[in-house]
Design a protein around this ligand. Structure first.
Ligand code: SF4
Ligand code: SF4
Length: 425
């Protein structure tokens, strides 16, 4: 496969009157991106991004997305800013939560992603509970062949995947590929990638069920019912592992107590490598579902700043691992992520960051295994703090190679840094 082009503007030598937003404007309008011509007058352009979990402080600032909106409008397109429902239940917050559509829009608003600030509609692309999907058959899928593409992205004429490039606790890193494989699928796809699907959801403590029926009302597939004793019964064949029942059951119980009383549980965590392969099965299905008519409907922008080991789904900030790198653009989701991985791996670690001192997990410091401390693995080994130690150093590599096996791009790339040179006075 030939080398894919990745264009970038960097963050170096940025002085007065110069900002990454200005440099991004230059990148967008550069003839080599072809972005102006890619967007046709009156086309709906979905700008798929991430609004950040509650109290996340490292997710993208809305001004980057506003800039994309402005540029889409300038090119004649009609922008929608999109995101999908998240899996994770947050017992502390009923209102501002990623785990349902209204809650996530409310949280997005709190983070500054709203129509007023962005000058575009801010919408959930997969509905109220992440079930509004378009089914795509991915024959090459290793674990997932039936991919649940978010319907909003199927409806849009074109989709710009705008990703914050950073680490990820389970997948090594999060960029364009992870947006495709997790961000662009409904909750069924997210559950299938994280937990292997509904077979792994089970009723842990039926004796705690009060028979209130709240979870039954919210379950999108009718997988729950009450038995003759008014205790909850779960049908794994109908369950899509969306976790809505987790969110609804005993919502008011403090987290510590909840651990003892929780009725719903996940049976096992699938191996980290399989989890990442599942994400890439989804990613390939998303690309096929969006480009099914042979049209070129997807483009990728990675904003490689505020690079931490945590993803933006974590209610965390986290140490910066390396300095800001810049903004990258490509038509190839693998090439753009590979370029970011290489940039970050080659960058110097921030002083006293986990990239230099070791891993600082929420549960306390973990001594990385020796392989994770090899220079080539250091930063990405540390990125994957929750995966089993054996696969920690290879998990980022797995994501790239699994995507490559799915045939959605090339790992060979040509990085063209087009940062405008400042005139010397
Ligand atoms: S929400 Fe909880 S307590 Fe209520 S029926 Fe469902 S499992 Fe039982
Ligand atoms: S049982 Fe729970 S996880 Fe399964 S589909 Fe219903 S709400 Fe979702």
């Amino acid at each position: 496969m030939s080398k894919s082009k990745v264009l970038m503007v960097n963050t170096k030598e940025m002085g007065m009157g110069d900002s990454l937003i200005d440099r991004f404007d230059y990148l967008w309008k550069h003839e080599k991106t072809g972005l102006k011509d890619w967007i046709k007058e009156g086309e709906i352009i979905a700008i798929k991004t991430h609004f950040g979990s509650r109290n996340q402080t490292r997710h993208l600032r809305p001004m980057y997305i506003r800039k994309v909106v402005d540029l889409v409008r300038e090119a004649g397109g009609i922008p929608w800013v999109c995101e999908g429902v998240g899996l994770f239940w947050d017992e502390r917050n009923k209102e501002a939560t990623m785990s349902n559509g209204p809650g996530y829009i409310f949280l997005a608003n709190k983070h500054g992603f709203n129509t007023g600030a962005l000058n575009a509609p801010v919408v959930m692309d997969d509905g109220i509970v992440g079930t509004e999907v378009f089914r795509v058959h991915n024959e090459k899928g290793k674990h997932i062949k039936d991919v649940a593409l978010a319907m909003g992205l199927r409806i849009a004429d074109k989709t710009l995947i705008v990703s914050h490039f950073k680490g990820h606790d389970g997948a090594g890193f999060g960029g364009a590929l992870k947006q495709l494989g997790i961000g662009c699928v409904g909750n069924e796809g997210k559950g299938g990638a994280h937990w292997g699907g509904g077979q792994n959801i089970y009723i842990k403590r039926p004796e705690n069920c009060t028979g209130c029926g709240k979870c039954i009302r919210i379950c999108p597939t009718g997988a729950l019912s009450l038995d003759e004793n008014n205790k909850i019964v779960h049908n794994p064949d109908k369950c899509i592992a969306c976790t809505m029942c987790f969110a609804k059951c005993h919502f008011g119980i403090p987290p510590k107590e909840l651990e003892e009383k929780r009725i719903f549980a996940v049976k096992r965590i699938i191996p980290s490598v399989e989890q990442v392969e599942r994400m890439m099965d989804n990613a390939a299905g998303v690309v096929q579902g969006i480009n099914s008519d042979g049209e070129d409907r997807l483009r990728y922008i990675n904003i490689a700043i505020d690079i931490t080991s945590h993803c933006d789904c974590m209610s965390a900030g986290g140490h910066l691992l390396v300095p800001d790198q810049g903004i990258l653009y490509s038509t190839d989701p693998i090439a753009i992520d590979q370029a970011c991985v290489d940039l970050v791996t080659q960058a110097r670690g921030m002083p006293e960051s986990p990239a230099e001192t070791g891993l600082n997990s929420p549960h306390g410091r973990i001594d990385p295994i020796p392989e994770a401390m090899e220079p080539d693995n250091l930063k990405f080994g540390l990125f994957s703090c929750f995966v089993d130690p054996k696969s920690r150093p290879i998990i980022a590599e797995t994501q790239l190679s699994a995507a490559h096996t799915q045939g959605i791009g090339s790992r060979e790339y040509e990085l063209i840094d087009i940062t405008p040179k400042k005139e010397k006075k």
